[in-house]
Design a protein around this ligand. Sequence first.
Ligand code: FUB
Length: 311
Amino acid sequence: MRLRTLIGLAMLAWVAGAQAGNPVFPGWYADPEAAIFDQQYWIYPTTSVRYGEQTHFDAFSSPDLVHWTKHADVLDIKAIGWAKKALWAPALVHNAGKYYFFFAANDIQSDNEPGGIGVAVADAPGGPFRDLLGKPLIGAFHNGAQPIDQFVFHDDDGTWYMIYGGWKHANIVRLKPDFTGVEPMADGTVYKEITPERYVEGPLMFKRDGRYYLMWSEGGWTGPDYSVAYAIADKPTGPFKRIGKILQQDPAIGTGAGHHSLFHVAADDSWYIVYHRHPLGDTDGNHRQVAIDRMYFDANGNILPVKMTNE
Ligand code: FUB
């Protein structure tokens, strides 16, 4: 997750409603991936420094969304033989006893290096992660989508999908169950474009009450107008109908709120949006911090506008 449902997590009875102060932990971090593993909340962010210096990932774990422990360098570029320049935008899942760390590496438009979406694997959520394939899982543009910003979605029929894409195009692919590649969907399509209106990057998918929600970031990624919007469809492959924007800058708190993920606490059906934002008055594009706020639905299943807080 971003959205990982944890069923029957007893310890959540005493933490329900608890929330960290924002920013959640110190440091410049972006693109936070939220996951619940082994009765712990985890956040895996991009190290938000200059391109070319993003050569490792730290992770953060918490029993209660309040107290966070830093796990330094859980995946380092030295472990990815084909990635030379940069790593960013994590996506984590647990599958068949292993933890999988999907990431973007190198800008295949401007770096004279292989790049794209890669995947690493570990026996524990805190790593150490090692490269699974020795090459990118997706290493080229398809339908105009830059192979970055992947999100892995496990549908309730057991199918693993990956939604990804920069440069204002979003694709969905079906992953092989062991994550060693992609395979055709029922209609034979491999790279199906599902780009919703005004999409820029940072997609996320979840299913609620039988409907598929696609969320994304729009606006300029370094600018104050960066924000989160969503659409709904009856199938993971769309077509998706845009509903609207649910998270945007608050001139009293922060700007450039986007590239988010979700915690869904199944014990009390509470939802938390985990995202990055810029401190007020700070114009350095990489000065991004991770925040968590509550996310609510109305009775029709629409996501209500998120109130950005410092709490
Ligand atoms: O952190 C690098 C880029 O910034 C990501 O790929 C985008 O989603 C934006 O958050």
